[in-house]
Each structure stands twice: as C-alpha cells, then as structure tokens.
Design a binder for this molecule. Structure first.
Ligand code: HEC
Ligand code: HEC
Length: 290
C-alpha cells in the first residue's frame, strides 16, 4: 500500500501516494518558468477582464474600460469600405473614360470593376482571357472591327453589334451566294483573291486577276481596295493574319456565300453606365487599345 511520504528508491523523490499497477506518481515541483507564465496569465486575464467586454449579465454584458465592440468594429470597417467604393464609383460616373484612363486611382478601380464584370458577362463568348474564338473576336490584339479607341469600345459595348438596340452598330455583308449576287465560280475566284491579300498561297487553277475584278466590284466598298478594312462599317481587314472565321479557301467561300452576321448583344439596360465604362477601360487596357 503506497503512502504519500513514501520516497521513490530510484529517483529519491517523494511520491504523491497515487499508484497504478505498481507505477507510482512522483511528487516533482512544477517547473519555475511554467509557474511564472501561469501567474502572469492570471494577472493578464484580470487586466483583460476590466479593459475589454467580458462578463455576461442578464440582458447585457460588461463593456470594459475601452468600450470596444467587435460588432461595431466590423460595421465600421464595412461602412468605410462602402464609402471608398462609393467615392470611387462617384469618381467613375463623373469622369469621362479619357479622364479615368489618365487618373491612376480611377484606373485601378475601373480595371478591377471591369475585370469582374468581364468574367460575369463577356467571358462566355470572348473567353475568360478575352482571346476569343471562331466568330468571337480576340479583344487582346490591336485588330479592331469597330475601332479600338476608348470611345469606340465603349460605344460597341453600349449598343452592341446587330443587336436589339435601336442604336446598334450595324453593317450587313450580303450573302453573295445565297442571294445569288455571285455564282459559285465567282465566289471561288474572289475567295482565292482574298487569300492573296494577306500573302497566303493561291490556287494555280483560279484566275487571280478575275478574282480581283470580282473583289473590286463587290467587296472593296467595305473591305477597302487593298483589304485594309473599315472600322466605320465593322468590315474586317483582310490583309492581315488575323481571321474572325478562318482563312482557308473553304471557310472564305462559306463566309462569302452565306455571310456571317455575328451578333454582339447591347449591354445598355443590363449593365449600369459605370460598369460599361469600366469594361471599356478594361478591354482597352488588355493590350490592343488605340
Ligand atoms: C453572345 C456572345 C457575346 C457576348 C456575351 C459578348 N460579346 Fe462582344 N462580341 C460578340 C461578337 C460575335 C462580336 C463580333 C461581332 C461582329 O462580327 O462584328 C463581338 C464584338 C465585340 C467587340 C468589338 C471588337 C472589335 O474588334 O471591334 C467588343 C469591344 C466586345 N465585343 C466587347 C464585349 C464585352 C465587353 C462584353 C461583355 C459585356 C461582350 N463583348 C459580350 C459576341 C459577344
Ligand atoms: C456591306 C459591307 C460588306 C461587303 C460589301 C462585303 N463585306 Fe465582307 N464583311 C463585312 C463585315 C461587316 C464582316 C464582319 C463579319 C460578320 O458578319 O460577323 C465581313 C466579313 C468578311 C470576311 C470574314 C473575315 C474573317 O476575319 O474571318 C471575309 C472573308 C469577307 N468579309 C469577304 C468579303 C468578300 C470577298 C466580299 C465581296 C464578295 C465582301 N466581304 C463584301 C462587310 C462587308
């Protein structure tokens, strides 16, 4: 039977008297450092108790000398956040897009705003990186159907292209084949000629000069004498390596036969003016702004 002033033979320390299956508990004093930390934390807790809210009461709680409240602190943070956003938002609504572009704080805010709105509204068609895909233009390059200035981009977003807006950007390339404006041979010839405008290989069995003739009579009015395009009409440049639908002979034949008439929705009414401005600034700054 263990006894509390029993001395353990191995360590020479007295035991507490507790014994389990022959293992006896030594009565070692607590380490000094541990005790001091323990006392210090008692002192700290008393101080904390008076300074900060601590003790629950029936309908309330003790507030502490500082009167601090996490709830109020969070509400204040939130209010400050809203105020900054409102200030920046007011800044955006008053400023022209050129001013936004020229003012670093407004630009930062507009870019963040535009990026978020782009992900929500534009990425499904233009891709999350705005690099586009067949029929959906890449918005990162400096090749623009309807112009790449801030104002032109804002206008495109606001009214859309072949959209339901009364002010929509509109230009209809005729469906030369379907509407029998050109026959199949003429379309093959002109498609071959279009390839030559950007230095692509042409077919030996198709008369290039004859294709050029068809082009001058039917296409140059919109796409330009040398295929340089026309942003007034949304007519793509045909003399570069960037293609909305594709540059192979069969794709061009299809484009000329049936026309494409890509549709970009109007965002007026769906997005507020500040968001539209932010999007214009964002798209312009993707790299291809003019
Ligand atoms: C339903 C698909 C669709 C959605 C959604 C869409 N677009 Fe477009 N967008 C198009 C198409 C198609 C074109 C090209 C139309 C054409 O052939 O002229 C276009 C063209 C554009 C152009 C003109 C590019 C140029 O080269 O001139 C801009 C700028 C643009 N979109 C921005 C946006 C922004 C910003 C959003 C989001 C608010 C958006 N688009 C959402 C389909 C879409
Ligand atoms: C009324 C103006 C107009 C005329 C005339 C016109 N086009 Fe177009 N063309 C456009 C527009 C606008 C587009 C933009 C595509 C769309 O509809 O989405 C386009 C697109 C194209 C494309 C697609 C380019 C790409 O990047 O994929 C080709 C190719 C093309 N046209 C060739 C021709 C040829 C060849 C003719 C003459 C036979 C012609 N176009 C006549 C306005 C015109």
């Amino acid at each position: 039977m263990a006894h509390h002033d029993d001395i353990d033979e191995v360590s020479g320390v007295s035991t507490t008297g507790h014994e389990w299956d022959g293992i006896r508990e030594l009565n070692n004093p607590l380490p000094k450092w541990w005790l001091y930390v323990f006392y210090a934390s008692i002192v700290w807790s008393v101080g904390y108790y008076f300074v900060y809210p601590s003790w629950p009461m029936v309908t309330d709680y003790t507030r502490g000398f500082l009167g601090y409240s996490q709830r109020e602190a969070a509400l204040a943070d939130h209010a400050a956040g809203i105020e900054t956003r409102m200030a920046a938002g007011a800044g955006l609504s008053d400023a022209s897009i050129a001013e936004i572009q020229a003012t670093p704080e407004l630009l930062t805010f507009a870019m963040a705003n535009g990026k978020a709105a782009f992900g929500d509204n534009c990425a499904p068609c233009h891709g999350s990186g705005a690099t586009g895909s067949k029929g959906y233009p890449n918005l990162q390059d400096d090749d623009w159907l309807w112009g790449g200035s801030l104002e032109a981009i804002e206008q495109t977003i606001a009214v859309g292209i072949r959209s339901t807006s009364d002010d929509t950007r509109l230009s209809d390339m005729p469906a030369f084949g379907r509407d029998e404006l050109l026959d199949k041979d003429q379309i093959r010839l002109v498609a071959n000629y279009v390839r030559s405008l950007s230095g692509l290989e042409t077919a030996a069995d198709l008369d290039l000069a004859a294709g050029g003739q068809v082009y001058a009579e039917n296409c140059a009015a919109c796409h330009g004498e040398t295929g340089e395009g026309n942003p007034e009409l949304g007519a793509p440049r045909l003399s570069d390596a960037i293609w909305l639908y594709g540059s192979d002979q069969a794709t061009i034949v299809e484009t000329v036969t049936n026309s494409r008439m890509g549709v970009m929705p109007t965002w007026t009414g769906k997005l507020d003016p500040i968001t539209i401005k932010s999007l214009a600034v964002y798209v312009h700054n993707l790299g291809g702004g003019q």
